[in-house]
Write a protein that binds this ligand. Structure first.
Ligand code: M6R
Length: 612
């Protein structure tokens, strides 16, 4: 949560900072701010509640000149989203400004100690405590900014990515990270820093990913220096980004979410590329660790949100195809559940962003206990990708809409290939299944394209359901997690309460909710449980509920009883969650747009949840 941008160079920093904040707005959009050091050594700070566009308006008549600056877009943790709690925060003497992503867990203890020394605080944030601490250390130890930052951070418990500027060293930005991401861009005559590479790609493709407990000393027109918290020089590993600016733009679509839904024909192709060869799966992460995968006793999947739903589908895939026992845990619960893990377990961590704090914590616990940890991430070079022993990228490109769409289908595609690859190793997958499923995987881009043809019909259908207050989503087998995912998509962007249930569980409680005001989305492709799900639809209809059914093309039985049917192409059952997710995403999208909701930036949410 929260996005940080920094610039130091020979040009004006404000446009770079604002453009960068727009790119990072997916990380939080409660408030935004900038601090700029100008030629006269004045430190100008502007911040406001609201989005980056509000900050731009606010700054219109302000003094924004300067070639060193730091900026922030906030997702509130400590203190409500208002002007005062917005970042940057300033030391009491007005000399030092800081932006911070993360949470200082012991901020209260530090605040009390600083208060005893006479410090006064303006905001309710943990971040202001850190900047006051830096000033206090600098004054009392009579030391440099870098020494003060190092000392202050040694007193901090928690997670941080920070950038600090100081009027006493007007040619320097100090940056540091622990458990929150920070990337430094090395340009020809400027250095950039940001929470991810998207604000940097316009200017340079050369980046350095800061590691935990590293501190970067970024000086104007000087090479980057990185030290550890013990003041040892760190190795600077410059990487080349494989990211294009066009991937970060809407490309003519009204929202990123719609663009990302429509991109799925090509993103799935990217997920598959080079991995399905002559009806066999080639995953380098599995090939390089074949011993581990062949002999594992158990797989535990850890993830959050949509990635957790992908994990539930992964469980079915791995059990059916690779015949390995699988457990799926919310990362946030796993880390506090005193789990029994051995070195014969494989932990698979799934994360689009690769920065989710709970998933990262689950990974370190699993590693501590000796498990082999495999990552399924989208963002290349992200913290989770680096913290895991091995893994497979989903390669769907930057996902900017807060509601995850193309990442979900990419995750399920990779999980299918992973199950097949492990099945090959463990000899649990028959040649027939291998041919049938790999052939269908190769067909996915075309099948997704066909399914996207439902867009107009779903847009029309959404008119009927714009103003309902509750929705029920039902699915069975592979598509029970699809029901959870469909409900999550709707609630996060339209604010309509929605619940996903295994269809047969409905009679154990939720059936009481059904009346003419509660629509039910039933995910009912032609599969083993098709007849059973027809009975579930009958039960809803018998109680006056309306039914939107997602069915396989030509399904006459359900067409006769459902109020609306959305037809998808025929696909093997294990791949059906990928195809059914398309109408579910479109339904949530169109309802939210009709309601006038901001689908790309829904209230209270952030794309990357880097706090507990
Ligand atoms: O980046 P991650 O996949 O680790 O994120 C996990 C969840 O925060 C994420 O899937 C969230 O639930 C999305 N908003 C769902 O659309």
């Amino acid at each position: 949560m929260c996005g940080i941008v920094g610039y130091i160079g020979n040009s004006q920093c404000f446009p770079v900072l604002i453009k960068g904040l727009h790119r990072l707005e997916y990380r939080g959009y409660d408030s935004a701010g900038v601090a700029i050091l100008n030629q006269n050594n004045e430190l100008n700070l502007y911040k406001t509640r609201g989005k980056v566009a509000d900050l731009e308006n606010f700054c219109q008549s302000k003094e924004i000149a300067g070639s060193i600056g730091i900026a922030h877009t906030r997702w509130a943790t400590h203190g409500e989203p208002n002007d005062i709690n917005a970042h940057p925060h300033m030391s009491a003497d007005g000399n030092i400004a800081i932006v911070h992503n993360g949470t200082i867990e012991n901020y209260n203890v530090l605040k009390q100690a600083l208060t005893k020394h006479g410090c006064e605080f303006k905001s309710e944030t943990d971040t202001e405590v850190l900047v006051q601490l830096i000033q206090y250390v600098k004054e009392t130890n009579n030391c440099t900014l870098i020494e003060a930052v190092t000392e202050a951070l040694s007193q901090v418990v928690g997670a941080y990515a920070i950038a600090v500027v100081d009027r006493d060293t007007p040619d320097t930005i100090i940056a540091a990270r622990k458990s929150s991401p920070l990337v430094i861009g090395i340009g020809e005559d400027a250095t950039y820093l940001a929470s991810d590479a998207t604000p940097i790609i316009d200017y340079t493709d050369k980046v350095v990913y800061l590691n935990d407990d590293e501190i970067a000393i970024i000086k104007k027109n000087e090479p980057l220096r990185v030290i550890t918290s013990d003041n040892e020089p760190s190795n600077i590993d410059i990487k080349t980004l494989k990211l294009s600016v066009s991937q970060l733009e809407k490309g003519g679509y009204p929202h990123f979410m719609l663009k990302e839904i429509f991109e799925q024909t090509s993103t799935i192709e990217d997920s598959i590329r080079g991995r399905v060869v002559n009806n066999h799966i080639q995953l380098s992460g599995v090939n390089e660790n074949s011993e581990k995968f062949a002999s594992a006793d158990r797989i535990i999947i850890v993830a959050c949100g949509t990635s957790w739903h992908a994990g539930l589908i992964g469980k079915r895939l791995l059990q059916d195809i690779a015949r390995v026992p699988v457990e799926v845990e919310y990362a946030s619960e796993f880390r506090y559940s005193n789990p029994v893990i051995t070195s014969r377990d494989i932990v698979i961590a799934i994360s689009q962003s690769g920065e989710t704090a709970d998933t990262l914590a689950a990974i370190s616990l699993a590693k501590e206990k000796g498990a082999f940890v495999y990552g399924i991430c989208n963002v290349v070079g992200s913290s989770i990708a680096r913290a895991t022993d091995s893994g497979t990228y989903i390669h769907v490109g930057p996902e900017i809409g807060v509601a995850s769409t193309k990442a979900f289908t990419g995750q399920v595609t990779v999980l299918t290939m992973l199950a097949l690859a492990i099945g090959q190793l463990r000899k649990t997958v028959t040649p027939d299944t291998l041919v049938r499923v790999t052939s269908a995987i190769e067909m996915l881009p075309a099948l997704i394209k066909e399914t996207l043809g439902l867009n107009k019909a779903i847009e029309k259908l959404s008119n009927t359901y714009t103003y309902v207050h509750n929705f029920l989503y039902l699915g069975r087998g592979y598509n029970y997690p699809s029901a959870l995912e469909g409900a999550l998509k709707l609630k996060e962007i339209s604010y309509i309460h929605a619940e996903g249930y295994p269809a047969a569980e409905m009679k154990h409680g939720p059936i009481a909710l059904i009346d003419h005001e509660l629509p039910t989305v039933v995910i009912a492709p032609m599969d083993e449980l098709h007849d059973k799900i027809i009975s579930n639809i009958q039960q809803v209809k018998a109680r006056g509920g309306s039914v939107i059914a997602i069915v396989t093309k030509g399904d006459k039985a359900i067409k006769e009883i459902a109020d609306h049917v959305l037809e998808i192409p025929k696909i093997p059952e294990c791949l059906s969650p990928i195809i059914v997710s398309i109408p579910l995403q479109l339904l949530a999208y169109h309802i939210a747009v009709k309601k006038g909701c901001n689908v790309d930036m829904p209230r209270n949410l952030a794309k990357s949840v880097t706090v507990e």
